[in-house]
Design a protein around this ligand. Structure first.
Ligand SMILES: [Mg+2]
Length: 336
């Protein structure tokens, strides 16, 4: 079945808006993030929120890198990891990245120094969410081919992240976008079973946690977070992050939790992703990509999406055009 082009646009714009909404309170406590969701976002004042010199609507590295992945696909007429690697290196070299992650930045420097993309990834045990946060477009490119989807999610990820958990996280996000686009009623256990089956080839532990999430999805957020924030970590692990940290296992699980709680309500899903606190530009970006792929462009608040920008460039209209070009390439085999 060929998905509606509005689902492609919904995925990219949904990621960008989730990212922009979360970016305002990235790294903040659960209390600050919950208050931001309740008073600012739900209070109809999101457009007044800003972070530093950035006005509301600025999105960050998560969406910049997802956008470049889709641009590479359209420009090259297919997925070419070598071309995408060059674009990652260029974005960093030109200092255009907003809110950079260390593993990605280190890999970008290696790429710029001439290291091949197959060897540039930051080695384990670094396991941040940098390869998963940008994997949504892989679900658009390969929604009809699970083997190719898993391969491409891994390849785009290992350009910057070599830890197998990072590949498993990228597979889960790309797979979730592909499943969400099908438009069928969402059965969380069945949905997660598909993702776990695909992710198991990369990391069995992550796959087991994806299956466990089916039991956590029925819990309220304040209860679910105690399980999800510790998933994949040793029992004595401590870090300074409030809420959900940038660790790939917890942040991907939380993004899926937020979507599966509200699969047909984009803003409810994104607000759930943010209200927990922590690395919420990324959790909301991933949730936004998945929810946007399901509800389509029409299900994303147009008044908020109208503010999307990347430093004065690549706003909503350009993102929609890019997504439509990808849809034409995918479904008709032609570049516009
Ligand atoms: Mg970010």
């Amino acid at each position: 079945m060929i998905p509606d082009p509005d689902r492609f646009a919904g995925c990219l714009v949904g990621q960008a808006l989730g990212d922009a909404l979360g970016f305002v309170v990235e790294g903040q406590s659960p209390q600050v993030c919950r208050s931001y969701v309740d008073l600012t976002v739900r209070g109809g004042r999101a457009e007044l929120a800003r972070r530093g010199t950035f006005p509301f609507g600025q999105y960050s590295d998560d969406t910049q890198l997802a956008r470049e992945l889709l641009r590479s696909y359209v420009d090259r007429g297919g997925f070419e990891p070598g071309d995408y690697a060059l674009r990652i290196a260029l974005l960093f070299a030109q200092q255009r990245v907003v809110g950079r992650g260390k593993a990605t930045e280190d890999a970008a420097k290696r790429l710029a120094a001439g290291v091949p993309w197959t060897e540039a990834g930051t080695p384990a045990p670094a396991a941040g969410n940098g390869s998963a946060m940008r994997a949504g477009p892989v679900g658009l490119m390969f929604f009809d081919d699970a083997v190719a989807l898993c391969r491409a999610a891994h390849d785009q990820g290992r350009i910057t992240h070599a830890d197998p958990r990072c590949s498993a996280g990228a597979v889960a996000v790309a797979g979730a976008v592909a499943l969400a686009m099908q438009g069928r009623p969402v059965d969380p256990r069945r949905f997660l079973d598909y993702l776990a089956t695909w992710a198991a080839a990369r990391d069995a532990g992550f796959a087991a946690d994806l299956r466990r999430l089916a039991d956590w999805v029925v819990l309220a957020p304040e209860d679910a977070v105690t399980f999800i924030s510790r998933a994949g970590l040793p029992p004595d692990h401590r870090d300074m992050w409030p809420g959900i940290s940038p660790f790939v296992v917890g942040s991907v699980l939380w993004s899926l939790y937020a979507f599966l709680r509200h699969p047909d309500d984009y803003m409810a899903a994104v607000c759930t992703a943010i209200a927990v606190g922590g690395d919420v530009d990324t959790t909301a970006a991933m949730t936004g990509a998945i929810a946007g792929a399901r509800v389509g462009l029409a299900g994303i608040p147009a008044d908020l999406a109208a503010h999307l920008t990347d430093q004065g460039d690549w706003g909503r209209a350009e993102l929609v055009d890019l997504a439509r070009a990808a849809w034409h390439l995918k479904t008709e085999g032609v570049r516009p």
